[in-house]
Design a protein. Structure first.
Length: 93
């Protein structure tokens, strides 16, 4: 495994654990009938953290797809690779 990706993966897992805690906190806020504005603020923060994790994971998927050529000695990006990356982005947008 790529040491750089391993470091990023661990950071993403840590971020997801924080989001998990945020969501539990949001549930508690709702159970306690706290203000909708405060709940919305916390939901927004959790969503942004998830979005950032998603985009970093998509960047990893693109790097993995593009690295398939590394062993072949051909650095050119193929149309199939571009199609695959485009499909991934469309699927999750």
């Amino acid at each position: 495994m790529d040491p750089e990706w391993d470091k990023k993966r661990k950071a993403l897992i840590t971020r997801l654990k924080r989001v998990e805690g945020q969501l539990r906190g949001i549930q508690k806020m709702m159970e306690e009938e706290q203000s909708c504005e405060r709940v919305a603020q916390q939901l927004s923060a959790a969503r942004k953290a998830l979005d950032k994790t998603f985009f970093e994971t998509m960047a990893c998927a693109m790097q993995q797809e593009l690295s398939k050529n590394d062993g072949a000695g051909d650095k050119a990006v193929t149309n199939d690779q571009i199609s695959h990356i485009t499909a991934l982005l469309s699927k999750y947008s």
